[in-house]
Design a protein around this ligand. Structure first.
Ligand code: SF4
Ligand code: FE
Length: 506
């Protein structure tokens, strides 16, 4: 297993073509805007070496029996699923940010399950290929980006109907040695600082979309792969100030990139789906279940930091004992723990798939993620409510440290006498970083937008059975227990009931 430092060093050996603000990034690990994301991902390596966290940060490979970083593990039990979300809450608490490594982790697990099903039905050998690739990932403790979301073009059209056929990643050529792929994947978390990119289709596909049913893995610095790093609110503060960033060490959300595949060659041993369109929907659903399971872990870990920051700021300005402040912070914790309940529940209710790997309960995983599309907005609102207006108007670190006006900032930004002004400013900046902007958009759209979860809840909610329950209670359909309980049919029971009503009225 790599340490955090070894992970950072390993990135320096790669030469991905990453662009940010119109310039090619020379070294991802040394770039001031990208580095915080590297630090956050490095925490997934570092904590695996901490004796206190070994239990949840590491696992035994089911392939080799060796100790591995849990981020490269295939879940072998519901206990593994529970440990996964505990690991995510822990990492959210330690970084206050997205640590990015979960997406590739979920991609490996989803592909493990689906390649098994494909082989069983079609006699292909994708599962063995994937196992070999997994061994490589485990042995080298690699970070994989999971790339699912296509750019999609006209969303009213299916992939093959698009005017530009590259709106979804597709195989443009097959050769004896492999395939050539073209297209782009959007919003890919941690892509620039991953070693590998694992690509999966983004939606259920029909026979005409066969070429779009493609899954594969490539090293991040493969010929023809370009990464365009997205902008985030306030990210350029990283070039000028430490305190103003709020979370200068670990960033905020994951550091997302648009990945271009410009006629990229992929050898067959790295291809895990090619043309099996009837399994694309299953792969999307299983991957989404794994990723939606996470959000009551990682986002709640970040919420723990925000609750702490909000309570600190209340103390720094002397309102911590006000009953409405206590009530609001309690409300924040209630919402965070409700999301945590979802992550735990879908993990405990997980089940074994034919491949032998375990997956979470899809209905409950989708409920968890849907909660995360709402509650972070509300707990952020409460944090901002308590923090006060200075959250949006606080002078910069440069003014605070200015030889002439610094003393005014020091004097007039002070809260309670005992707390240094700098502590108040640092805490405000942290609340700003955790409650504004990309964090919330990520909660809304990461692992799929709210409507995607609603579709799954509608499909998995077993409406027919619920309709049946209502019909039985309403007496429209036979209630096989009623006679056993009362000793009477519904008619007999009703007649007796009406007799008693009449008597009561006499
Ligand atoms: Fe992991 Fe959460 Fe970031 Fe997704 S949003 S990659 S689950 S930390
Ligand atoms: Fe995400």
């Amino acid at each position: 297993m790599m340490t955090g430092r070894e992970y950072v060093e390993s990135l320096k050996k790669l030469k991905p073509k990453v662009y940010f603000m119109g310039k090619e990034v020379e070294s991802v690990a040394d770039h001031p805007v990208l580095r915080p994301h590297v630090n956050a991902a490095a925490m997934t390596y570092e904590l695996a070496h901490e004796p206190d966290y070994e239990e949840i940060m590491t696992a035994r490979s089911h392939l080799t029996g060796e100790k591995i970083n849990r981020f490269t593990h295939i879940h072998q039990s519901t206990e593994d699923l529970v440990k996964k979300v505990k690991m995510m809450r822990l990492l959210g608490q330690k970084t206050g940010a997205c640590f990015q490594r979960c997406v590739g982790f979920d991609a490996l697990n989803a592909l493990y399950i689906v390649t098994y099903d494909v082989d069983k039905k079609l006699g292909t050998d994708y599962h063995e290929r994937l196992k070999k690739y997994l061994l490589y990932v485990q042995k080298n403790d690699l970070m994989c980006a999971g790339a699912m979301t296509d750019v999609k073009g006209d969303r009213g059209l299916r992939p093959h109907q698009q005017k530009d056929p590259d709106m979804y990643v597709h195989a443009v050529e097959k050769t004896e040695a492999g395939i050539i792929v073209r297209g782009a994947k959007a919003h890919i978390t941690g892509a620039a600082n991953s070693h590998e990119i694992i690509v999966m289709p983004t939606r259920a596909l029909g026979p005409e979309d066969k070429d779009y049913a493609v899954s594969f893995a490539v090293p991040v610095d493969t010929e023809g792969v370009y990464l365009i790093f997205g902008r985030q609110p306030n990210e350029l503060r990283r070039l000028e100030s430490f305190i103003d960033c709020g979370n200068a060490k670990y960033g905020a959300v994951g550091g997302e990139a648009l990945i271009i595949f410009d006629n990229v060659f992929v050898p067959w041993e790295r291809v895990f789906m090619c043309g099996e369109y009837e399994f694309a929907g299953e792969l999307v659903e299983i991957f989404a279940t794994f990723h939606r399971q996470n959000y009551g872990g990682c986002k709640v870990g970040v919420a723990d930091v925000l609750v702490g920051a909000t309570t600190n700021i209340a103390e720094y300005i002397g309102v911590a004992n006000a009953s409405h402040v206590i009530d609001k912070i309690t409300e924040m914790m209630f919402m965070a723990e409700a999301c945590w309940c979802g992550s735990l529940a879908c993990s405990y209710e997980g089940y074994k798939t034919p491949s032998g790997a375990y997956m979470p309960n899809p209905l409950l995983a989708n409920v968890t993620k849907l909660l995360i599309t709402r509650f972070p907005y509300e707990w952020s609102r409460l944090a901002q409510d308590i923090a006060g207006g200075l959250l949006a108007t606080c002078p910069s670190e440069r003014d605070f440290k200015h030889p002439k006006i610094g003393k005014f900032v020091e004097k007039y930004c002070k809260g309670v006498a005992e707390v240094p002004t700098e502590h108040r400013i640092r805490m405000l900046r942290l609340i700003e970083a955790l409650s504004i902007g990309a964090h919330l958009v990520e909660s809304l759209h990461g692992a799929g937008s709210p409507q995607a979860q609603k579709i799954m809840i509608w499909r998995r909610g077993n409406i027919e059975a619920k309709k049946q329950l209502a019909k039985i209670i309403a007496g429209i359909e036979e209630d096989k227990y009623f006679k056993r309980i009362t000793g009477k049919s519904e008619e007999e029971y009703f007649e007796e009931f009406m007799r008693k009503v009449k008597q009561a009225h006499k």
